[in-house]
Every structure is written in C-alpha cells, then in structure tokens.
Design a protein around this ligand. Structure first.
Ligand SMILES: [Zn+2]
Length: 168
C-alpha cells in the first residue's frame, strides 16, 4: 500500500508540472491534505470516512460555487482524489461510503516471477470491507518511502541553493 511519501510526492509533482505560476503557494500550503485521509483511522474505520469519492466531489462543487476560492478548492480536491486513487490501487477504498460499503479496488502490477516471465496482473471491482481493513491503521512510511522522500528533499534543497547563488 502507498506510504505517505508517495502520497505527498506524487500529487505535489503533478501539480507543480501543471500549475499556473501564481498558484505555487497554495500547492505547498495545502500539501498536508494529501495525507489527511489517513486520519480516519483515529475517528472511525480506516479507508471509509475520508477515503470516498464525495470528498473531492464536494470540494469541486465548492470551487464551482465560490469562484473567489476556486484555486484553493480545486487543489484540495486534487490532493484528496490522488490519495483515494492511489489507495484504490493499493488494496481498495470504500468509495461510496456511507451508501455502499464494498471496497472499490484496482489491482495492476507488472512483475518478474520465478520462471523469469513477465507477469501482468489487471483486475478491478469491489471487495468485501472486512475486519482486517476496518481495524487497519493509516500507513506512514516504509524504508523505500523514506528514501524517496529524502531524494526529493535533497533535490529541493539543491534547487533552492542554486537559485540563491544565481540571484547573488
Ligand atoms: Zn489512505
């Protein structure tokens, strides 16, 4: 399942690639929203309350209704949606909570098996939302996740440093 490093880095880079120049402050300030979904572990059951399609949809409706805050709501919706999509590829989410408690999942992987064959798996649908998921806790980071985060962090420090030197 995706760790927080992946949940933070992927939408951050995606938004920085497509952003309008003046939006970068909102992109950085709202970044924590990319991992807020996992707080549902503390409140109710994991991967339901804050892992459903209605959160980004409501944020997009707010963006449409409140034009002055459009940028903020759209960026927030993207952070939530990216978390939900990545978790859907990593086990599943209760996408239509609280109306339907099946776990929507997509299983897509490419790996090399013992026979040295390439094995492509692709499956999707709804799984039962069972006790294992209900009591699971939000995943913070594993070792590859920490490594990935450090790599991006050093790139950021390097970029800031070279920009500072250029401006001297
Ligand atoms: Zn999650």
């Amino acid at each position: 399942m995706p760790n927080w490093a992946i949940h933070l880095i992927v939408p951050l880079l995606a938004l920085l690639i497509v952003r309008k120049k003046e939006d970068w402050k909102y992109i950085l300030l709202l970044l924590p929203l990319a991992v807020v979904s996992d707080l549902d572990s503390f409140v109710t059951q994991h991967r339901a309350l804050l892992h459903n399609i209605f959160i980004p949809v409501i944020l997009l409706i707010l963006a449409w209704r409140l034009q002055e805050y459009k940028t903020i709501f759209v960026i927030s919706a993207i952070y939530f949606a990216s978390h939900i999509v990545m978790d859907m590829f990593g086990g599943g989410v209760v996408l239509f909570y609280p109306f339907y408690d099946g776990m929507a999942f997509v299983d897509a992987s490419l790996r090399i098996n013992d026979m040295k064959d390439l094995v492509w798996t692709f499956d999707y649908g709804f799984n039962e939302y069972d006790a294992g998921w209900k009591t699971a806790l939000g995943y913070i980071t594993d070792s590859p996740g920490t490594g990935a985060m450090l790599f991006v962090l050093f790139a950021g420090i390097w970029a800031a440093y070279t920009r500072l030197r250029e401006n001297k």
